[in-house]
Design a protein around this ligand. Sequence first.
Ligand code: 5GP
Length: 115
Amino acid sequence: MSEPSIFTRILQGEIPGEIVAQNEHVFVLRDIAPQAPVHLLVIPKTQRYRDVAELAAGDPALLAEVVAMAGRVAAEHADGDYRLIFNTGAGAGQTVFHVHAHVLAGGLEEKRLVG
Ligand code: 5GP
């Protein structure tokens, strides 16, 4: 069994964190260093998947739950439009190896990444 991740420790109440939604399988944490007016992390409660590629291969239904929860919280915390980012690998900026989706929302029209 690996050490609990920072997200698991927050979920278990060992470390403070603002959890804004949860269900049986996923929870949503407000990012401590927001990169957009709304910056939330949708995180499976299990830490067995390190990144989105492992999650997609190992439990696609859980990945679908992550995406569904992202849409729900983007509607609750912003206007329903959102950018969904999975940093995958240290070279892409991933720092926490407990898969999580960044939900960025609110006033992103001028901050285009692609296109
Ligand atoms: P990554 O770089 O792995 O894609 O994303 C990790 C995210 O977790 C970062 O955006 C970072 O700000 C956030 N984060 C790291 N530690 C904490 C923490 O203790 N509390 C909260 N709420 N967010 C954290």
